[in-house]
Design a protein around this ligand. Structure first.
Ligand code: ATP
Ligand code: MG
Length: 446
């Protein structure tokens, strides 16, 4: 990847142009991290770039960006430019091709504005990025108020970079983020979603959560989270405090690596508690139905943020079932095994663990389920059934709900270990339904 970028830089230079590595790849290299992609900035115009690299994609040429492909690698090659005035709070109306210094200054944060010459191993810094990188400071380039006004996505990028790099946001930059927070509403749901995903998948997600709340951005991207503040819970179950405190605590207790559905479920699992809050005659606080309503609300919130169905569906399932763990010790094996057959099962268990640790700390149901997992681990999640619908029709059942019930019953007997062979299963059906398999003469008159 780096080799490809260097090759591109050398080709551009051989043709008389200046070319440098720019943006995130320089920042990550200086931090000793592996960049996920390489960007090249150059004095060559998009036409000149395209002429040097046949097959280059010029879709972004209007903004000075050409995608050069060499072998498997794609590298963005962008002409040094100055952005013209911004109209919609997101995109410049015009761009003018200009110098490396001007190009550095149109970038968002000083640590993202450093150039690197990988051929002569030199760093070119017009914006004080090196100093901020060393000090661990995230600082807007130029006047932070103007920069956030130009492009509101930078508000969330500030929180994201501070989170993943564990950097302090410079006070004037932070002040500007806070005063412009409402402007995030002008940014598309997809861009907001992508930033939230990067923040919450990162091990530093708790810091990201706090920055979102502290900046005022949470009120605009996930306002439902703020409604959890001040929602009291029964103190015997929730000594930690209100629903907001509980949710935040759970976030901090997750393992470093999580699936996206798991972390979103943690954020949203109690989202319906404010709406279902009641106090019964004995003075006990209840949230009846908050799991079901929470599942619906979660789906709606995630649809609003344009998450795909393969994220929305598991989150909805996890939230809907998150109260099921309280009864697991009383459940039949068959019920447990059906529960464990859900594709979301591991995430459900992981959520239950932090739900306990973030409240009363009682892990007995969690441990019970971990033991069941060990026990079932050598058996297929759901086995091949010993008898099927066809067998029951032969036993005299008409296709319909009664047959469905009988089939579930004999399958449960199998899951519970009551029947272990086909013969036993057929005998069980005969005994428990009063019908003898194979005795029904389907050809005769009733
Ligand atoms: P990542 O690791 O997420 O890719 P990155 O810094 O490379 O981080 P990109 O979105 O790939 O971020 O953008 C590449 C570079 O383009 C940035 O480093 C920054 O210099 C500039 N840039 C990106 N988005 C903006 C923006 N909204 N405003 C100003 N400059 C931006
Ligand atoms: Mg990048």
């Amino acid at each position: 990847m780096l080799d490809t970028a260097v090759q591109i830089i050398q080709t551009l230079r051989a043709a008389g142009h200046e070319a440098l590595l720019a943006g995130g790849c320089v920042r990550d290299f200086l931090l000793g991290k592996d960049p996920k992609d390489y960007d090249v900035a150059t004095s060559a115009t998009p036409e000149q770039v395209a002429a040097l690299f046949p097959g280059a994609r010029t879709v972004g040429a209007h903004f000075g960006v050409v995608i050069v492909r060499l072998g498997e690698d794609h590298v963005e090659v962008a002409t040094f430019r100055t952005d013209g005035s911004y109209k919609d709070g997101r995109r410049p109306q015009t761009v003018t091709f200009s110098t490396p210094e001007e190009d550095a200054k149109r970038r968002d944060f000083t640590i993202n504005g450093i150039f690197r010459d990988p051929v002569n191993e030199r760093v070119i810094d017009f914006v004080g990025g090196l100093e901020d990188l060393r000090a661990g400071v995230l600082r807007a380039i130029g006047d932070p108020h103007l920069r956030f006004e130009e492009d509101r996505l930078r508000l969330l990028r500030a929180v994201r970079f501070a989170t993943v790099l564990d950097f302090q946001i410079e006070p004037e930059t932070w002040k500007a983020v806070r005063s412009h927070a409402a402007g995030i509403g002008d940014v598309s749901a997809e861009r907001i979603r992508d930033e939230l995903v990067k923040i919450f998948l990162h091990p530093h997600r708790l810091r990201g959560f706090d920055l979102l709340v502290g900046s005022g951005l949470m009120a605009h991207v996930l306002p439902e989270i703020l409604t959890l503040q001040g929602v009291e819970q029964p103190p015997q179950w929730h000594p930690e405090g209100d629903v907001f405190v509980h949710t935040r605590l759970m976030l901090s207790l997750l393992p470093e690596q999580v699936s996206l559905p798991l972390v979103l479920s943690v954020l949203l699992h109690d989202i319906a508690k404010p709406a279902t809050f009641t106090v019964d005659e004995t003075g006990r606080i209840r949230f009846n139905g908050h799991d079901k309503l929470g599942a619906e609300m979660s789906a709606e919130i995630l649809r609003r943020l344009k998450f795909p169905n393969d994220v929305i569906e598991p989150v909805t399932t996890i939230v809907e079932h998150h109260m099921g763990f309280k009864d697991v010790k009383k459940m039949r094996k068959s019920t447990l095994r059906r529960m464990m057959a859900r594709p979301t099962w591991e995430d459900e268990l992981a959520l239950h663990r932090v739900d306990c640790l973030g409240s009363n700390g009682l892990l007995d149901n969690y441990e019970f389920m971990v033991e069941r997992r060990e026990e079932f681990t050598r058996q297929p999640v759901l086995p091949l059934w010993l008898v099927n619908g066809g067998d029951l029709i032969k036993a005299g059942f008409e296709p319909g709900p009664e047959l469905g019930k009988a089939l579930t019953a004999v399958q449960n007997a199998q899951l519970d270990g009551v029947v272990t062979t086909r013969e036993e299963a057929l005998a069980w059906v005969a005994e428990n339904t009063g019908r003898m398999p194979g005795s029904h003469d389907s050809g005769g008159d009733a």
